[in-house]
Structure formats: structure tokens, C-alpha cells
Design a protein around this ligand. Structure first.
Ligand code: ATP
Ligand code: MG
Length: 463
């Protein structure tokens, strides 16, 4: 009776049909990936497991990326050995994870992730009452630790293109779900019924957007269709998981394309709650576009990027608006700036889940901004010596580029940094000249506090 009732409840989103599973073995001469393209650590782990009598394959993103001619970001190995078996086989390894237990095997500075084939136990699966305990009321999988066959392991993965198994020993790819064909056609297709798969793990919606941008693929119609409606499910995710996923997205090298797509699909609310508001203000939109494009460029050039810097950029126009509001209400410039920063960060802590550990750097970048406008006395020297100068300077350049502040400020600082001592002295403005000059600079009223206030903050923040 209870069994029947539960089955009734959980059968609402039952798939019309389970994914079609048909093993296709693709030889090297067709797919083109050779053993020597595989990262040595991943090769060592797969070979080690096979020599110990287990089956082991390179799986997921690495196979997909190699097929597309991209350099895999990381390597995953799937095996029928249990985490304990794997741990016993490799001296430098450790078992990690609670929700999903896997083993990290280290070789030198590299780490390969080894997971045991998992069985798939979605909320709606027939007769599998144990699965009920593994999902929350929205259908989200809370645990995923039931071991299974290789075929089941393919089915529980997210997209067909991520479910290919490569065996370095014979250089064959095992394809259970038509992933090879989808890669060739540049189609991103969810495995199984999209609604159930997104309910099980809403992060898959973000992964769809990120992977489509990164791989330049089309999200297949049925895979894309439920995304807008299910976007609120992202709110049920543990904030730390959402944050990790968002960092991956923002630092994917395709952040701008991802954010544009997230917005188009209505997925950005849960992620960056204020993004829609910010993006609707011309200056805010321009600033964020420039900041994201700049981040993408740095990633492609393999330059370092910092989450603090990026969050400072995403929220800057919110801070400017709040700063203006506090001043209009009679607050003095510096306290108004601090109140604005605290207000914006507090909202983000609640919704966006920016961990507090980034607050210090974000605030430092913001609070240094007015100081770039003081080109008088010892002030520029003190600013130049600030440990966070570089980040604040790069941020100021984005403000110039977006048209928020006059581009001559950026040019002045560029020259000042590169000048010798004598030249630097000659560049400094007399106090009154600085005041006059700063008055002449065009600040857009909508986004900025007035000039006199900026000047005050400039002086205050130096103390
Ligand atoms: P990239 O490493 O480029 O971000 P990836 O697909 O390799 O992309 P990983 O997070 O490294 O992403 O995951 C490795 C593999 O694990 C994926 O290819 C996929 O098969 C599986 N996987 C990852 N996340 C999920 C998920 N949320 N649901 C189901 N399977 C997943
Ligand atoms: Mg990967």
C-alpha cells in the first residue's frame, strides 16, 4: 500500500522513456585520440588499475575535450574498483567527499580523480524505494554512492558528450548513449528526461550553459526547454556548491557568453540576484561587459585572475548607486561609501553567497578608487606603494574604459608608474590645479557622487 502510494507520488515526473542505451565501440582510426595524448598521471592510474585486474577508463570531460582538439582541464578515471581498492593501490592517494566518495591520486603536482562506477537511482525509478531517502522534496539527489555497472555509470552522467569512456590500452572509446555523434554534431544533450535530471541536480542547468559556451555547442531543444521554468531550483542548492559552480562559469574563459546566455534563459536570478538590475543600467551593463571580457582575455593568456576583483567589478555600480543614495540622505562621503559597501556585500552574502573571505580585497579595491583622482603632493606615491595597488589600478582602468571616469586619469597613472623620480615630481599637480582639473572632468551624474565629495573621500581614505 505505502509502496504503491510512494510510487504514485514519485511517478509524476517519470520519464516517458529511459535513455536508449546501446554500446558502440569506436576505434582509434575513427575518433583519432592516441594514448600519447593522455596526461601521464591519468595514464599511470588507468594502467595501474588494469594491471591489478580492474577495468578502468578515462571518462568525461577529458575524452570530450581531446575529441574536440582542446586541452583537458582535468582528468577523471572511472573504474569498477571501490574507493578502498583504489586507495590501497596508490600510495599517494586519499578518499574524499561525502555526497560522492571518490579518490584523488597524486603524481607530482598533478591529481587525477578516480570514481567507482555508480548506479543511477533517480527519484522516480521503479521499485527503488531506497532512492527516496536519497532525494529531497524537489527531487534533488542528496547522495550518489550506490555502485553500479559501467553502463549505469554512463547513464547517471549529465550529458551524452560527457559519458564517453576511453581505454588507453586499446585506444577504443565505449559510447553507450550516442555521445560521439553528438560531439560531431556539436549538440549538448542531457541524458534521460531533462526535467528529472535537472531536479536531481540543478547545477546541470548551469553546466549546460557553461559547456555550450566553452565548446561552442548548441543546447538541444528538449535539453534547453525546461531550464527557464526550473531556474528557481537553484535556490535550494547549498550556497557553497552554487558558489563553486559560479566560479567555474566566471573563470571558464567564456564568462561573457555565459552571462549573456544565463540572462537570456532567466537563470541569472538565483546566481547574481542583482545582475538583471545592473545589466539594465547602461553604465552598469557596459562596465560588467568590459570586466567579463577582460577576465576572459586574461584566462586565454593564462594570466592570473582573482575572484575578489571580479566580484568587485560585478557589484561596483550597485555600490556607486548606494553611495550616492547615502550621501543624498545627508551622510558624509566616506561613511556613506562604507555604508554602501556593507549594504551591497550583506545582500550578496545572503543571496549570491560570496564568501566573506573575499570582503577585505573587494572593499580595498573599492575604497582605493577615489584616491586615483588625487594627483597632488605625496598622495600618488602612497597609493603606488599600496600592496593592492595593481588590482585597484586595473579596476580604475575598467572604469575609464567604460566611460565612468575620464580616460586621462588612466593615462596619467600609466605615465606616472613608468616615469623616473624626476619626471614623477614634475607630473604632480599643485593642489589648486588638481582641484580645477578634477572639476573639469566629466563624471556622469547618474552613477557618481559629485566631484567635491570625491575629493573629500580622496583625502579621507588616505588617513
Ligand atoms: P570541465 O572539467 O571542463 O569543467 P567536465 O565535464 O570535465 O568539464 P567535471 O566537473 O570535471 O566537468 O566532471 C567530470 C565528469 O563528471 C563530467 O564530464 C560528467 O561526466 C560528470 N559530472 C560532473 N558533474 C555532473 C553532474 N552534476 N551530474 C552528472 N554528472 C556529472
Ligand atoms: Mg573535467
Amino acid at each position: 500500500m505505502i509502496r504503491k502510494f510512494l510510487r504514485h507520488i514519485f511517478s509524476r515526473d517519470k520519464p516517458a522513456s529511459d535513455p536508449i542505451v546501446k554500446l558502440d565501440i569506436i576505434p582509434r582510426k575513427k575518433h583519432g585520440i592516441t594514448r600519447n595524448q593522455i596526461n601521464p598521471c591519468a595514464l599511470k592510474v588507468t594502467t595501474g588499475l588494469q594491471q591489478a585486474g580492474y577495468s578502468a577508463f578515462i571518462v568525461g570531460g577529458a575524452v570530450r575535450d581531446l575529441m574536440l582538439g582542446l586541452k583537458p582541464k582535468d582528468y577523471d578515471v572511472a573504474t569498477n574498483a571501490t574507493p578502498e581498492d583504489v586507495r590501497a593501490l596508490f600510495r599517494r592517494s586519499r578518499i574524499i567527499g561525502r555526497r560522492f566518495r571518490l579518490v584523488h591520486v597524486m603524481c607530482g603536482s598533478e591529481t587525477v580523480e578516480v570514481s567507482t562506477f555508480r548506479g543511477h537511482s533517480p527519484a522516480g525509478s521503479d521499485d527503488d524505494l531506497t532512492a527516496i531517502k536519497d532525494t529531497d522534496k524537489h527531487g534533488r539527489l542528496l547522495r550518489d554512492n550506490i555502485f553500479g555497472s559501467q553502463e549505469e555509470d554512463a547513464v547517471r552522467r549529465d550529458f551524452t558528450i560527457n559519458a564517453l569512456f576511453y581505454n588507453p590500452a586499446n585506444e577504443e572509446i565505449l559510447d553507450f548513449l550516442g555521445g560521439y555523434k553528438d560531439i560531431k554534431a556539436k549538440t549538448l544533450r542531457v541524458i534521460g528526461e531533462p526535467i528529472i535530471r535537472y531536479r536531481e541536480d540543478p547545477v546541470r542547468m548551469l553546466r549546460a550553459v557553461r559547456l555550450a559556451a566553452k565548446l561552442d555547442m548548441q543546447i538541444e531543444a528538449a535539453t534547453a526547454a525546461p531550464i527557464g521554468d526550473l531556474a528557481p531550483l537553484l535556490e535550494n542548492l547549498p550556497p557553497a556548491r552554487l558558489f563553486d559552480e559560479m566560479l567555474k562559469l566566471l573563470f571558464s574563459g567564456h564568462a561573457l557568453a555565459c552571462v549573456v546566455d544565463l540572462r537570456a534563459r532567466g537563470l541569472h536570478h538565483g546566481l547574481l540576484p542583482m545582475l538583471d538590475v545592473i545589466l539594465e543600467q547602461p553604465l552598469g551593463e557596459r562596465f560588467i561587459t568590459i570586466a567579463l571580457r577582460d577576465t576572459d582575455k586574461r584566462i586565454k593568456q593564462e594570466k592570473p585572475v582573482s575572484p575578489g576583483f571580479l566580484f568587485a567589478s560585478l557589484l561596483w555600480h550597485e555600490v556607486l548607486a548606494a553611495w550616492k543614495r547615502y550621501q543624498a540622505a545627508g551622510e558624509r562621503p566616506l561613511p556613506a561609501l562604507f555604508q554602501a559597501m556593507d549594504e551591497i556585500l550583506a545582500t550578496q552574502h545572503k543571496k549570491l553567497a560570496i564568501p566573506r573571505r573575499y570582503d577585505a580585497v573587494i572593499k580595498e579595491i573599492w575604497v582605493m578608487q577615489p584616491r586615483f583622482e588625487a594627483q597632488v603632493g605625496r598622495k600618488p606615491f602612497r597609493l603606488l606603494a599600496h600592496p593592492r595597488f595593481r588590482a585597484a589600478y586595473d579596476f580604475m582602468l575598467l572604469r575609464c574604459e567604460s566611460g565612468e571616469i575620464d580616460h586621462t586619469i588612466g593615462e596619467w597613472w600609466d605615465k606616472f608608474q613608468n616615469a623616473d623620480a624626476e619626471k614623477r615630481e614634475s607630473m604632480l599637480l599643485k593642489d589648486s590645479a588638481s582641484r580645477k582639473r578634477s572639476r573639469g572632468r566629466s563624471h556622469r551624474k547618474s552613477a557618481n557622487p559629485d566631484k567635491a565629495n570625491l575629493k573629500n573621500v580622496t583625502q579621507d581614505t588616505e588617513n
